[in-house]
Design a protein around this ligand. Structure first.
Ligand SMILES: Nc1ncnc2c1ncn2[C@@H]1O[C@H](COP(=O)(O)OP(=O)(O)OP(=O)(O)O)[C@@H](O)[C@H]1O
Length: 319
């Protein structure tokens, strides 16, 4: 499939600090790509370079055939991380205004705005002022404003942040619908579950560097399966079982614990369980679990996706 976006060896420096290093990846036309990493990993810097809002220090970017995102800005929709539409406008006015910035005639913008709001269950709010809407509603309106001109490429910076689970689900549906209509979608997030459900491809970023690029399935396959064991168990005893490469305490209540035992590549868990029973360990419950994208992220980067990466942290790691 042809690429709608290609990055080759892209880097970004702020003074002496390297926020993005030697980053290369592709997003195929019509696909949904998740750009994943903790706060401070370099996601926003990269998205801004793709859009041409700030120059790359090194490397090459090709978006929809252009070397500078500004040349194809009318074919791109962008939801920035900083939200806030004109508070005194109604949703229809705000959406139509953003459409007009992309060359959409006012009457067409208003017509599309009304249809989009109705589709998204916001029909009843179309005459309210933006400042009277809930945060979730306002965020939905902002997303609609970024796609009212029917862009070929949609870039969303942390679109799920600040939304409750119902609105997060609504947003997932909107993203799927955009891709079903032929748009290419690239969104950043530090919440792995959204990416897990939505993405054809994920690009994992840690400390400005790519840690992984590929399908969710391929990312998961890099992490071990694990056994969850419940009982009065010591981590040392479980760590000594055959096939176990690491043990983590998931939960603890009195003398009972839930332990997560990572299994060696190819280990099915049966031998581990058998040994646990034979050695008389107090196993009261067990389950064999497949790794999640979250597990894969930790394994691939050694970082936690919810742990922010600050410049000083990154500078320390680089020393
Ligand atoms: N204009 C700037 N000047 C100096 N440092 C910057 C600038 N913009 C970003 N940084 C630093 O670059 C690093 C990457 O920031 P960036 O915003 O790209 O990360 P991010 O992954 O998008 O995180 P978040 O989700 O918190 O926005 C951070 O350490 C940040 O402090």
């Amino acid at each position: 499939m042809a690429a709608a976006l290609t990055l080759e060896g892209v880097g970004k420096r702020y003074g002496t600090f390297e926020a993005v290093r030697d980053l290369s990846f592709q997003v195929e036309k019509g696909s949904i790509c998740g750009f994943l990493g903790p706060n401070g990993a370099g996601k926003t810097s990269t998205l801004r370079m793709i859009l041409g809002l700030q120059p790359a220090t090194s490397g090459r970017i090709d978006i929809l055939g252009a070397a500078d995102g500004r040349e194809v800005r009318d074919r791109i929709g962008f939801l920035p991380e900083e939200r806030g539409l004109y508070r005194k406008m109604t949703p229809v006015e705000a959406i139509a205004f953003f459409g007009s910035l992309k060359g959409l005639p006012a009457h067409e913008g208003r017509k599309r705005a009304v249809a989009l709001l109705e589709q998204q269950g916001l029909g009843a709010s179309q005459k309210k002022k933006m400042k009277e809407l809930s945060k979730g509603m306002a965020q939905k309106v902002q997303l609609l404003a970024s796609v009212v001109h029917r862009p070929e490429f949609v870039i969303l910076d942390e679109p799920f942040s600040g939304l409750d689970p119902v609105n997060q689900q609504g947003l997932e549906t909107m993203i799927r619908d955009l891709a079903a209509q032929g748009a290419t979608v690239l969104f950043s997030t530090h919440v792995m579950q959204h990416a897990e459900r939505l993405c054809d491809k994920v690009v994992l970023l840690a400390r400005g560097r790519k840690a992984f690029e590929g399908s969710v399935e391929a990312a998961r396959a890099t992490a071990p399966r694990f056994l969850e064991l419940d009982g009065a168990l010591s981590t040392q005893a479980v760590a000594a079982l055959p096939g176990v490469t690491g043990v983590e305490v998931v939960d603890e209540a009195g003398d009972t614990r839930r332990l997560k035992a990572a299994l060696a590549a190819g280990a099915g868990g049966q031998d581990t369980l058998k040994a646990a029973f034979l050695t008389g360990l107090d196993v009261r419950g067990f389950a064999l679990k497949e790794p999640t994208l979250h597990d894969a992220f930790i394994g691939l980067t050694g970082d936690h996706p919810d742990q922010p990466q600050t410049s000083s942290h990154t500078a320390e790691a680089a020393r």
